[in-house]
Design a protein around this ligand. Structure first.
Ligand code: ATP
Ligand code: MG
Length: 200
């Protein structure tokens, strides 16, 4: 393993099931005695936002001025890089974030990928209509009401962005389908791809 640790990034549009699939992979990893540390990028951003930007809920982050979001994002990447030393770390994040104006903010701009130095990029995806249903069925979070067309476009953009980061960093790319009722299967594939990092 790399002395700096092996960081995998996992992304996908809000509500696609990233956290669900990660939890399935963690359950399986426990049985295999394989240690994975998960870090939610947004939570580290929230630590910083609470400390210095007067924000107290994660869904408020994306309505901050873009420059403030970028500053918090940059500081979070540095903090995560520090925490990842000597470990296999899975960073739960977004490749792009749709802003209130409908533009797409980069989740992993170059200054973030430079700090994280990822070895694996994972994309979780499924059909737009399933994402709409998942968002509607999850009252614990406040997510945008996007159309199927917007979700299709957002997933395409995410895949393009993730491929570009892999091309620049040499990280492996993993595209995992999280079909309806198939989160456990998706978690199994995720664990397999994470375990392959340990041998590098
Ligand atoms: P966010 O980016 O906002 O954190 P997320 O991608 O982590 O979202 P989750 O919170 O894991 O998404 O899942 C959103 C909802 O979809 C939850 O109610 C979850 O139970 C449901 N869900 C996740 N995966 C599946 C699946 N394979 N089949 C059916 N429902 C699912
Ligand atoms: Mg999540």
């Amino acid at each position: 393993m790399d002395e700096d640790g092996n960081i995998a990034i996992i992304g996908g549009v809000p509500g696609v099931g990233k956290t669900t699939v990660i939890n399935k992979a963690l359950e399986l990893a426990k049985k295999e005695n394989f240690e994975i540390t998960t870090i939610v990028y947004g939570s580290v951003m929230m630590e910083i936002a609470k400390e210095d930007f007067n924000i107290d809920h994660r869904d408020q982050l994306r309505i901050l001025p873009t420059e403030s979001q970028k500053e918090i994002q940059r500081r979070a990447a540095f903090r995560i890089g520090e925490r990842a030393r000597g470990k296999v770390v899975l960073v739960d994040t977004h490749y792009t974030i749709k802003t209130g104006e409908g533009t797409f903010l980069q989740g992993i701009p170059q200054w973030v990928s430079d700090s994280l130095n990822p070895k694996l990029l994972v994309i979780i995806e499924t059909y737009p209509k399933e994402i709409i249903q998942r968002r509607e069925g999850d009252s614990s979070r406040k997510r945008d009401e996007d159309t199927a067309d917007i979700l299709f476009e957002h997933q395409l953009i995410n895949k393009t962005v993730a491929s570009t980061i892999c091309q620049k960093t040499g990280a492996l790319l993993s595209v995992i389908k999280n079909g309806h009722g198939k989160a456990a299967e998706a978690g199994k594939v995720l664990l397999l791809h994470l375990m392959s990092l340990k041998h590098d």
